[in-house]
Write a protein that binds this ligand. Structure first.
Ligand code: EPZ
Length: 426
């Protein structure tokens, strides 16, 4: 397995192109199931999770063509002309939980789907009960047998009012996609408002869907008989942008994040500003550098959008490890998203966990050490700490990192980071 060797202490200076958003591209890829015409997606990031989704769609019979990579990322032509299977098998779903996003589209298009329950992951049990309840309310007959969700809707789905008791991102996406082909009107109440959902909704409208309330927590969809071909560019990845903003701050550098958008990161950028980081809008993105020589600890609580994103919690914790004073970081979305804490402690961080809150007391310097990635965002948090630490950090289990960060060492290395990927001794 590969390892990342990082020698910290260099302020990062330069420009980084932000890639297309993983969490927008994944539902956008499954949207191709809703039509027998071609869906063309541009600015698709080249990530392990995207390859995983393409593999899953391929076994449903989707033809995926790779256009000349125009501009950033890949351009893919997806054609669900001839569905050969409506089963998403366990061996594929367990590797990539977002596979659950084929459930709604398959049910809407093919009126049946057999999708493996995704199972839990490192950060939590990750249930999909809200996806299932919503689709049942839309007329699907769903049973759980031998670890599979067996869903049938022989008469097709019908519209319904769906009230989500908990904000769920992929739950909103699954039901939104299913509703575009349901008979009649569907209203989603307490829908997730993450920018990736707005991006999906805009693509669905381009495909002929009728959706009102995009960007709000109430979505109204008038079902159509069919959707048609469309071309859509994937929105920039706000989580990648936030990650690199922290890379600038933690190394006392000066980075221009090309493609980053302030409106998708307002709460996060407010935390950075209170910590002593200057973020300016520039022509094609955001410029990030320290406003004060010393960072200041700031309390953080993760919440659904537009609150502070849980996917930036591990990264901001790395920053707080070297800030002056204390920061209370509270994780309200997932029950086990502090696995980066013991690894950061190996680097000299001073963090105490009490239930869903972690008290971080800033230290003058972190020290490089061998550390282990446990999940996607924890892994990049350790890389950020390594960029600021004295000495060398060796990050193992890089497959976690590769799920969500495209060419990380290349992007950081181009801005002066002493970072390289090596093959670990077997
Ligand atoms: C999406 O996961 C993202 N993944 C996650 O990003 C992100 O952390 C999460 O939303 C929250 O923003 C993708 O978009 C592919 P949820 P998702 O359903 O949809 C509970 C990353 O690092 N819940 O919004 O699975 C659930 O337990 C990944 O890129 C139910 O109880 O998250 C959690 O406490 C990690 N029942 C809360 O809702 C359900 O049926 C939010 O989960 C569904 C969810």
């Amino acid at each position: 397995m590969d390892q990342m060797l990082i020698r910290g202490g260099t302020p990062l200076v330069g420009k980084i192109q932000i890639s297309g958003a993983k969490n927008a591209a994944l539902p956008l890829l499954t949207a191709c199931l809703l039509t027998d015409e071609t869906l063309t997606l541009s600015n698709v990031p080249q990530l392990a999770d995207i390859a995983g989704m393409a593999n899953l769609l391929g076994q449903h019979g989707i033809e995926i063509g790779l256009n000349a990579a125009s501009g950033n990322g890949h351009t893919l032509d997806l054609k669900a002309y001839n569905l050969t299977s409506t089963t998403a098998p366990y061996e594929l779903v367990r590797k990539m939980r977002a596979s659950i996003l084929v459930l709604g589209p398959l049910l809407a298009r093919a009126r049946q789907a057999k999708v493996s329950l995704p199972g839990g992951c490192a950060i939590g049990t990750r249930p999909v009960d809200l996806h299932i309840k919503a689709l049942q309310k839309m007329g699907a007959d769903i049973t759980i047998e031998e670890g599979y969700i067996n869903a049938m809707a022989p008469q097709g789905l019908h519209g319904a009012e769906i009230v989500f008791p908990v904000v769920t991102v992929t739950g909103t996406e699954n039901v939104l996609m299913a509703a575009t082909l349901a008979k009649g009107e569907t209203v989603l109440v307490n829908a997730a408002r993450e920018p990736e959902i707005g991006d999906l909704a805009r693509c669905l409208v381009a495909m002929g869907a009728e959706i009102d309330g995009i960007g709000t927590d109430r979505l109204t969809i008038q079902g159509k008989d069919r959707l048609h071909a469309a071309t859509h560019s994937v929105i920039a990845d706000r989580i990648e942008a936030g990650t690199f903003a922290i890379a600038a701050a933690i190394t006392n550098g000066d980075l221009e994040l090309v493609g980053a958008r302030k409106d998708c990161l307002k709460n996060f950028l407010d935390v950075l500003s209170r910590a002593g980081v200057l973020v300016e809008e520039v022509e094609n993105g955001l410029r990030v550098r320290r406003q004060e020589p010393q960072l200041t600890g700031v309390d953080v609580m993760t919440e659904p959008f537009p609150g502070f994103p849980t996917d930036l919690q591990a990264q901001v914790m790395a920053l707080m490890c070297v800030a002056e004073g204390a920061a209370m970081i509270t994780e309200t979305i997932f029950e086990n998203r502090f696995m980066h804490v013991p690894e950061l402690a190996r680097m000299g961080a001073n963090i105490t966990v009490h239930g869903s809150s972690a008290m971080v007391r800033g230290v003058k310097k972190l020290k490089g050490a061998p550390v282990m990635a446990t999940d996607l965002r924890a892994s990049v948090s350790l890389a950020l700490a390594g960029l600021a630490a004295e000495g060398e950090t060796v990050l193992s289990r890089l497959y976690h990192l590769d799920r969500g960060y495209e060419r990380l060492e290349e992007k950081l290395g181009a801005c002066g980071a002493d970072i390289r990927r090596v093959k670990a001794a077997a």
